[in-house]
Write a protein that binds this ligand. Structure first.
Ligand SMILES: CC(=O)N[C@H]1[C@@H](OP(=O)(O)OP(=O)(O)OC[C@H]2O[C@@H](n3ccc(=O)[nH]c3=O)[C@H](O)[C@@H]2O)O[C@H](CO)[C@@H](O)[C@@H]1O[C@H](C)C(=O)N[C@@H](C)C(=O)N[C@H](CCC(=O)O)C(=O)O
Ligand SMILES: Nc1ncnc2c1ncn2[C@@H]1O[C@H](COP(=O)(O)OP(=O)(O)OP(=O)(O)O)[C@@H](O)[C@H]1O
Length: 534
């Protein structure tokens, strides 16, 4: 469907978003007079640097009027904004009460409502969104002959095969609808996407109904001046997925599950639940979740523990995910519950597809002599706790000396600094606090703040600002006397090849590559599911 000035105004009017159209001194509710057939907008953009002949520009966020200089000359057809910017340009201004909502509605129309041709799955949760999304995509690809697209915080995949690094966890609505169109044109039948709390906060998914939503878990995170003012606001934004999904899969042990159940009842959204079953083998499984995962046989020194996964009513199937950790088995269980909620029957091959999934920078495992290292993306209290639970379960009987290398990002999610220290300080032997994406705050300040949260006097703790040096120290002079078994955990950056300093991304070797180089083991350079990026 071509979007013209007339159809855009009509759509905005129907959604009560249109205030008026301003061109020069003329104010009206109608489209400015045009000769002949109304011209369709050629492109839509929210960046003046992308404006070309026939563009419709959205002025959102911290947009500055001076960005409009030169847009007339570039051929801008019109702009959409919440204020009159006619002093800066000749093109008509569509003045709306909410530019982000307007952008989502107009983008959907411009790209011909691609969501109608996709089975759309949205996944939210504080932890496990990316992993669960990859697990689900792998099963859907297996069941549909490779017709599952993916939008994640690591990579986007629009044709079931090629993965490209993504910028945001959930894209801006304009980019989202464009990518959906590309996916439909590439023959995709499914799209699996992560839905961040921020997506609801700033209307990136406004007007979208998901065929299936998943709410995995929630714990305090993303509280900062540019994200959420409070945990209540963070959770409230996430809860919106329930009201915008036709069905919902919910973690049975999710905090505030009762509230989310109330949401689902209020919205008339049917629920399927999943959870970890920790009852003894052979005893009656837990009864309060529809899908369960439980520990299978333990293999000492084996590649990974195996799990049993399936509907609570049985039968269970053994799986052996290549990504370590009970939390990843739980993510696999969430993905299985989602496939079933979509009305599909996952066969053995589909479950096997999950076993092949590897995600760059998530639970990357390295070993040499008496040292084992993991590079992981844990970067808040809940994920550090989950990672240390894994270390206890997997290596506890070998009495390891555990070294943790962690920093925390600047400018956002400020509560993580305390959360990481709290989760770790009584469970590791050595903590090396180091630089992360410091942004405009400076790594020194963030590291000192983290150090200030340490209350355990027995903890061997130090700040080594340079991340490469911090990892080198951890590997070469880990905790303990160096003779016993050592576990080294390097967390928070995954496979990222840059560190954000100020507003710049400074090239960085990468945690995984540094560990591999120092331990003399092989590093993987994969985008996802064993597929090189490209
Ligand atoms: C708070 C927030 O949502 N910020 C996002 C938002 O910023 P904004 O709209 O204020 O944009 P801005 O960069 O200040 O600039 C204002 C506008 O002027 C435009 N511009 C700029 C310069 C110019 O010359 N001409 C011009 O038109 C820009 O394109 C933009 O549209 O739009 C930008 C892109 O249009 C995003 O990059 C930016 O995300 C920032 C980088 C960010 O850090 N976002 C985080 C908080 C975020 O969204 N995270 C979530 C959750 C992650 C998770 O759970 O792991 C996510 O979904 O990624
Ligand atoms: N279900 C889970 N529960 C707790 N921790 C988890 C879970 N799944 C993954 N993690 C931990 O969180 C880290 C990030 O996992 P993942 O990328 O799948 O989550 P995410 O929700 O996409 O995170 P983010 O929003 O921070 O990008 C992992 O490296 C792991 O340490």
């Amino acid at each position: 469907m071509a979007l013209t000035m007339t159809s855009a105004l009509d759509l905005l009017g129907r959604h009560h978003l249109l205030r008026e159209v301003i061109q020069g001194g003329d104010w009206s509710l109608d489209a400015p007079n045009q000769d002949g057939e109304p011209a369709e907008f050629k492109t839509l953009t929210y960046d003046t640097r992308q404006v070309e002949q026939g563009s419709l520009l959205f002025c959102k966020g911290n947009f500055k009027p001076e960005y409009l200089d030169g847009c007339d000359q570039a051929g801008m057809a019109a702009y959409v904004a919440e204020t009159d910017l006619s002093e800066r340009c000749q093109a008509p201004g569509i003045i709306v009460s909410d530019v982000r909502k307007a952008m989502s509605l107009l983008a959907a129309a411009h790209y011909g409502y691609p969501q109608d041709d996709l089975t759309l799955v949205g996944i939210t949760g504080t932890k496990g969104k990316t992993t669960t999304a990859y697990f689900l995509q792998s099963m859907l690809n297996q069941l549909s002959g490779g017709r599952a697209a993916l939008l994640s915080s690591v990579d986007n995949c629009l044709d079931g095969q090629h993965y490209r690094e993504s910028e945001l966890t959930t894209p801006e609505s304009l980019d989202l609808f464009r990518m959906m169109r590309q996916a439909v044109d590439a023959g995709m039948r499914y799209m699996v996407m992560e839905v961040s709390s921020q997506a609801y906060k700033v209307d990136r998914v406004y007007g979208l109904t998901f065929d299936l939503g998943a709410f995995l878990n929630v714990s305090p995170d993303h509280i900062s001046p540019i994200e959420h003012p409070t945990f209540e606001d963070y959770l409230f934004c996430k809860r919106q997925l329930t009201y915008n999904s036709r069905k919902l899969v919910l973690g049975a042990d999710c905090a505030h599950a009762d509230l989310i159940r109330q949401d689902a009842a209020a919205a008339g959204t049917p629920l399927t639940t999943f959870g970890m079953d920790r009852t003894e083998a052979g005893s009656r499984p837990r009864q309060d979740a529809d899908f369960l995962v439980r520990l299978g046989e333990r293999h000492e020194d084996g590649p990974a523990d195996s799990y049993l996964i399936g509907p609570a009513s049985g039968p269970m199937t053994a799986i052996n995910p290549s990504m370590d950790g009970d939390f990843n088995a739980l993510n696999a269980c969430a993905a299985l519950a989602m496939v079933q909620a979509l009305g599909l029957k996952p066969d053995q091959e589909a479950l096997k597809a999950m076993e092949e999934v590897r995600i760059a920078g998530r639970m990357e495992h390295f070993a040499s002599g008496n040292r084992v290292a993991y590079v992981d993306y844990a970067h808040n209290q809940a994920s550090v706790k989950a990672l240390l639970d894994f270390v206890d379960e997997q290596f506890g009987n070998r009495n390891p000396a555990v070294t943790l290398v962690s920093g925390s990002a600047g400018d956002k999610a400020i509560d993580r600094r305390q959360g990481i220290v709290q989760a770790a300080q009584n469970r590791v032997d050595r903590l090396i606090i180091t630089g992360d994406d410091e942004g405009t705050e400076g790594a020194d300040r963030i590291c000192r703040q983290m150090l200030g949260y340490v209350t355990n006097p027995d903890l061997d703790v130090s700040i080594i600002l340079d991340r490469t040096q911090a990892i080198t120290t951890a590997i070469q002079e880990g905790a303990g006397d160096g003779t016993g078994f050592q576990v080294i955990l390097v967390i928070g950056k995954g496979e990222e090849r840059w560190i954000k300093v100020g507003h710049q991304q400074i090239p960085y070797e990468g945690d995984d590559r540094i560990v591999a180089r120092l331990l003399g083991t092989r590093s993987h350079d994969l985008g996802a599911t064993g597929t090189p990026r490209g």
